[in-house]
Design a protein around this ligand. Structure first.
Ligand code: HEC
Length: 290
């Protein structure tokens, strides 16, 4: 929600109008819900809690230099790409988020980048702390949490809300779960045996409601860590990672994934050899052959 530093809205986050309410953020990470007709502030979420102290001039992160500083949410933490779903009848928004910590530091030798060169100037690594997933129902009218679950693994599938009061959410441990949207209680679950990291599709076929979901080994790790730098199609991303789909072999991909290579962090300490083989197969079989 941040809209850069400074007190005023810098325009980095859009003002949102919805059913007679304006949602506005400012540079201190406060969020306001304002009645369109009266201008009355319906609620305000403060970046710093009441009575709390604003540190770092109201910026959300502790500045770091050559000593690594752990920050939360980490690079892949918070309510990231997984889509949220919304129930028009109850006003509940279902948010899938990850509680992850990363460590950041700048490079000691700050050399001048040459023309057309990717320059990161720093590093981030996954901190040695357990990741957790959060799946929460948020009442957008009151800004209160109606219910919330904490998982041992990150939440990465996003959710789908149905008119029948069922919310579907996938789990990285392979389960597709159907929850009662009012309280989050489990209605049923189905074990797919591979991480479910995408939203379900639900449709009617011959008078029956069906649910389809995609689950795949390796896809999960790719989506969690590699995608930021190597892009969703594997042909390069904004983190400066090169293309992975131009004739690399399995040994190269597996080997590089495990160790640090210049600005690319190593993942050998975080993932098992089997997981790195899974992500390698994903790159070769799903991305390179597309
Ligand atoms: C922080 C960004 C970042 C992340 C995250 C990242 N990479 Fe990289 N990757 C890079 C960069 C930058 C290079 C180029 C390094 C160099 O050669 O200097 C690279 C290089 C590679 C190479 C070698 C490519 C070649 O042509 O030899 C492979 C393979 C690779 N990455 C796979 C992965 C996989 C698999 C993941 C996820 C487990 C991953 N990377 C995560 C940034 C990243």
């Amino acid at each position: 929600m941040g809209s850069a530093d400074g007190f005023r809205n810098s325009g980095q986050t859009q003002i949102l109008a919805w059913e007679g309410t304006l949602f506005v953020t400012n540079g201190e990470n406060d969020v306001f819900a304002i009645d369109v007709d009266t201008g009355e502030i319906l609620w305000r979420h403060r970046g710093a809690p009441d009575g709390g102290e604003i540190i770092n001039g109201g910026q959300i992160f502790t500045p770091f230099w050559t000593r690594p500083i752990a920050l939360k949410p980490g690079t892949m933490g918070g309510a990231n790409w997984p889509p949220s779903s919304y129930d028009r009848n109850t006003g509940l928004l279902y948010v899938c988020a990850s509680d992850r910590i990363s460590a950041f530091r700048v490079n000691e030798d700050l050399e001048q980048p040459g023309p057309n060169q990717v320059y990161m100037g720093g590093r981030f690594t996954q901190a040695q702390a357990d990741d957790r997933g959060i799946f929460a129902a948020l009442d957008v009218r009151s800004n209160r949490i109606a219910w919330r679950q904490q998982w041992r693994e990150i939440c990465y599938s996003g959710s789908v809300m149905t008119a029948g009061g069922v919310v579907f959410v996938g789990r990285s441990d392979g389960r597709l779960t159907a929850l009662d949207s009012r309280n989050g209680r489990l209605l049923w679950e189905f074990m797919t045996d591979a991480g479910v990291n995408t939203t379900v599709t639900t449709f009617e076929h011959e008078g029956e409601q069906r649910v389809v979901v995609h689950a795949e080994r390796g896809a999960e790790i790719y989506a969690q860590v590699c995608v930021a730098c190597h892009g969703p199609a594997g042909d390069g991303g904004h983190g400066g990672g090169p293309s992975l789909i131009d004739g690399l072999d399995a040994a190269t991909i597996e080997g590089v994934s495990a160790t640090v290579l210049n600005t690319m962090p190593g993942f050998g300490a975080i993932y098992s050899a089997q997981s790195l083989r899974d992500v390698t197969s994903y790159v070769l079989e799903r991305l390179a052959e597309r």
